[in-house]
Write a protein that binds this ligand. Structure first.
Ligand SMILES: *Cc1c(COP(=O)(O)O)cnc(C)c1O
Length: 368
């Protein structure tokens, strides 16, 4: 783990043309450079480098293609009104990556070093952060197992990479409530499984439910894999409900992914002295609360959408309208505050913002 101190730089000879801010699509274009670091048992994590974004050459027998031993993260870089680049709680993402690594038997990364590498990369690619309101530079760190071997065992070789993709505003026409359906058949994961880890297999397992959902359903509401009774997440977001004046979110239980947005929402609610409960919440209780007129708001929380209000919930033939299909006051306040902090428009009293300094890449420019 200790040989990766210096980051080698190999700059591309010509820069790609950047898409216009109004034609950005999620995850389709990538910045000129990427970060790469390799792992072998003998050398640990080594050979940290920033190189041109380009295809990988891998053996077809590379373990990741067969047994899915991989993890990923997702976060964003934002541009402030002053034109400075900044990150939102990135240390949490690298900490979670190590948590995922542990579950997938992948050797841990040095979190502080990964953050340093990310800052250098973003500083170098600052021009790739789009400027229009609500746009950002999506950051995708990931690790894949690369050993050419078909045996079932933890790989002895890995690649850790970070790629960057400029993304458009999630809500182009203003924040918009979605329709979701409770998933009664398929489960995303199960306690003891990999639900707490950010790993591709969970996403592969989730596709079928979305495909099976009726027209107009934006996301499915996942229930626990054991009893199919307790609410876990919505799509690939954590989920919150306001019931009778109190905000409730499912307690972390071993199968729920611990979102950075989820944690930030809980901290903000506490800061505002709005009661918030992390506990088990059954679909029956939620239905009951709706029948009694006590289900006041529902929303998902995750990096991509930040806050995604839920306007209607479909469950076993019942169509439950929530807050007349409108965005609730708490969802709105959370959205405005979180995005305000992320884009440097309001003061961050929590120490969540990590600025990117020009000097983060000056040391590296000096070496080329
Ligand atoms: C990434 C993810 C989330 C949201 O996490 P954030 O850190 O808030 O982006 C929630 N649920 C699942 C299953 C996820 O993969």
């Amino acid at each position: 783990m200790e040989k990766e101190r210096a980051i080698q730089i190999d700059l591309c000879s010509s820069r790609k043309e950047k898409p216009r801010d109004d034609e950005l699509e999620f995850g389709k274009t990538f910045a000129d450079h990427m970060f790469v670091m390799d792992y072998s048992e003998a050398q640990g994590w080594h050979d940290a480098r920033i190189v041109p974004y380009e295809p990988l050459t891998m053996e077809p027998s590379s373990m990741v293609f067969h047994y899915g031993q991989s993890v990923f993260e997702g976060m964003k870089a934002y541009l402030t009104p002053e034109g400075d680049a900044q990150l939102f709680r990135p240390e949490r993402n690298f900490k979670r990556m190590n948590h995922s690594n542990d579950r997938l038997c992948i050797p841990p990364i040095d979190e502080a070093f990964a953050l340093k590498a990310l800052k250098q990369l973003v500083s170098l690619e600052k021009e790739w952060i789009p400027k229009a309101m609500g746009t950002s530079l999506y950051i995708r760190p990931f690790i894949i197992s690369t050993e050419p071997f078909l045996g079932v065992a933890p790989s002895r070789y890995y690649k850790f990479m970070i790629i960057l993709s400029p993304v458009g505003a999630y809500y182009e026409e203003g924040i918009n409530p979605i329709k979701i359906a409770v998933e009664n058949d398929y489960v995303r994961t199960v306690k003891g499984g990999t639900g707490e880890a950010k790993t591709g297999g969970n996403y592969a397992a989730s596709l079928k439910a979305q495909e099976a959902a009726e027209e107009g359903i934006a996301q499915v509401l996942w229930l626990d894999g054991m009893e199919k009774k307790y609410i876990e997440e919505v799509g690939s977001m954590n989920v919150f409900f306001k019931i009778d004046g109190k905000v409730v979110t499912p307690a972390l239980n071993g199968s729920i992914l611990e979102g950075v947005t989820r944690d930030s929402v809980i901290e903000l609610l506490k800061h505002w002295e709005i009661p918030v409960d992390e506990r088990k919440l059954s679909i029956d209780e939620l239905y009951q609360a709706h029948q009694e007129g006590k289900l006041e708001e529902a929303f998902g929380a995750g990096t991509a959408a930040v806050i995604s209000p839920i306007g209607q919930l479909v469950w076993s033939g019942h169509h439950l309208d929530i807050n007349q299909g409108e965005t609730g006051a708490i969802a709105k306040q959370l959205y405005n505050t979180l995005t305000g902090i992320q884009y440097g428009e309001i003061i961050d009293p929590f120490g969540w913002i990590v600025p990117i300094e020009e000097t983060d890449s000056s040391s590296l420019k000096a070496t080329v």
